[in-house]
Every structure is written in C-alpha cells, then in structure tokens.
Design a protein around this ligand. Structure first.
Ligand code: AP5
Ligand code: MG
Length: 220
C-alpha cells in the first residue's frame, strides 16, 4: 500500500488510546485526522450552534445524536485533503453511523482499508482517563504517569498548556464506558463481517501498540 493511501477507522472504548495512536498514524501515513470529539470540543470552545447542541450530551458522557454527527463527517470527507485517505477517530460510534459511512464511501467509489480495534480492560481505562492531560492548543494527549510530558503542564509537541477534559471525571467516565458497551461495541461484529477488522492489545506501551498497528496496516 502506498504510504499516503490509507482509509482507516480507530475503534475502542474511551481511554483505549485512539487519540494517542492517531497522532502517530497520521504522521507516518500523511492522512488527515478526523476526530469527532475534537471537532465538537473546538465548536464548544468557539461557542458555535453545533457546540451549544453537543455540550450537554458530552458533559454527561452520552452520545451526541446521530443527526448532528453524520453530516459533519461526510462534509469533512468531501474536502480535498481526504481524497488520498483519512483516519477517523471516534466515528462511527453507532451501527447507524457505520451504515451511513458505508453509504457515503460506496457512493464515492471508496472503501475502508482497515478498522483498528483497541482492547483495554475497564479498570485500566478508568486509571488512564483519570490521569490524562490534553493540550489546549494542539490536542495532544499525555498521562501524568504513563505518558508524562517533558515539562509538567506543558505540551511536548507545541508548548501549549495542558488541561483536564471536562468529561474526564469518574462519574462521566462510567457513563461513557457503558455507552460504549451498548452503542459502539456492536461495531466490532459489524466490521468483522466486512473482513476489515484488526484487533490490538491496547494495554501494551503506546510504542508497542503502534508497532502492531503499522504491521497490520502494511499487511493489508
Ligand atoms: P471522544 O473525544 O471521541 O472521546 P472517547 O471516545 O471517550 O475517547 P477518549 O478520547 O476519551 O480516549 P482515547 O481512546 O482517544 O484515548 P487517549 O489516546 O486520549 O468523544 C467525547 C464525546 O464526544 C463522547 O462522549 C460523545 O458525547 C461525543 N462524540 C464524539 N464522537 C461522537 C460520535 N461519533 N457520535 C456521537 N457522539 C460523539 O488515551 C487516554 C489516556 O491514556 C491518555 O492519558 C494517554 O496518554 C494514555 N495512554 C494512551 N495509550 C496508552 C498506552 N498504550 N499505555 C498507557 N497509557 C496510554
Ligand atoms: Mg480521543
């Protein structure tokens, strides 16, 4: 596979390492990173209508309704920079979203190369999310113990200020994990049937996980 031709989806529960692996994959394969969570957070920060609609759901750890998500992503996928591929992070998250994505791709003569699915146990997810710190400027993810920044509170990538996401508290995390189990986990079977699923032990170190990811992409 040519290095700039990758159409991929990152799948996994909150805290599984989707954002962490996304940063590495887009650097190696030179495709745009489309994170619906990041797009919603940017809209909340800017105070847009979309941000106002999404905020309540996100703060409670619920999914934003499908009708606010699907067009947002399909519009984004029509931009020129997605012609050579893309990396979706946090989308699709329901069977309906996956069906809409398939419809869009087939109408455009495209299909997914691979769905990267990260498995991590619940107690590990909770510990990771509790320690996560995110860059205000570039969105890079760190962890106070597992992936510490070189300088406390400061982003290694861009020097921005690190903060804790509003939905990264214990109660909301429980909701997000439950929502993942009921709404998103069924996508594993959905993509298994399409023969595009690749499973990863997301509890290895982030560099080991990335090595496994590259092997799986190269094998496709
Ligand atoms: P979103 O932003 O997508 O959040 P999420 O799915 O809950 O996932 P996270 O970002 O929490 O986890 P991650 O897998 O990216 O982990 P990370 O790499 O940061 O969605 C937020 C909300 O937006 C949703 O709840 C919903 O309301 C809404 N939304 C978004 N998309 C939607 C959609 N399609 N439909 C409807 N609603 C939608 O890593 C976590 C931590 O672990 C970090 O501290 C990191 O440093 C550390 N870490 C990472 N890898 C490792 C490793 N291998 N070993 C040790 N530590 C590690
Ligand atoms: Mg993320």
């Amino acid at each position: 596979m040519a290095h700039n031709m990758l159409r991929a989806v990152l799948l996994g529960p909150p805290g599984a390492g989707k954002g962490t692996q996304a940063a590495k994959v887009i650097e190696k394969y030179n495709v745009p990173h489309i994170s619906t969570g990041d797009i919603f957070r940017a809209n909340i920060k800017e105070g847009t209508e979309l941000g106002k609609k999404a905020k309540g759901y996100m703060d409670e750890g619920k999914l934003v309704p499908d009708e606010l998500v699907v067009n947002l992503v399909t519009d984004r996928l029509q931009k020129d920079d997605c012609k050579e591929g893309f990396l979706l992070d946090g989308f699709p998250r329901t069977i309906f979203q996956a069906e809409q994505l398939d419809k869009f791709l087939s109408e455009n003569g495209q299909k997914l190369d691979i769905v990267l699915n990260f498995k991590v146990r619940k107690d590990v997810l909770i510990e990771r999310i509790a320690g996560r710190r995110v860059c205000k400027s570039c969105g890079a993810s760190f962890h106070v113990v597992n992936v510490p920044p070189k300088k406390e509170g400061i982003c290694d990538v861009c020097g921005g200020e690190l903060f804790q996401r509003k939905d990264d508290n214990r109660e909301t995390v429980e909701n997000r994990i439950n929502v993942y189990e009921s709404e998103t986990a069924p996508l594993i079977g959905y993509y298994e049937k399409q023969n595009v699923l690749a499973n990863f032990d997301g509890e290895k170190t982030h560099n080991e996980v990335f090595e496994d990811v590259v092997k799986a992409i190269e094998a496709k």
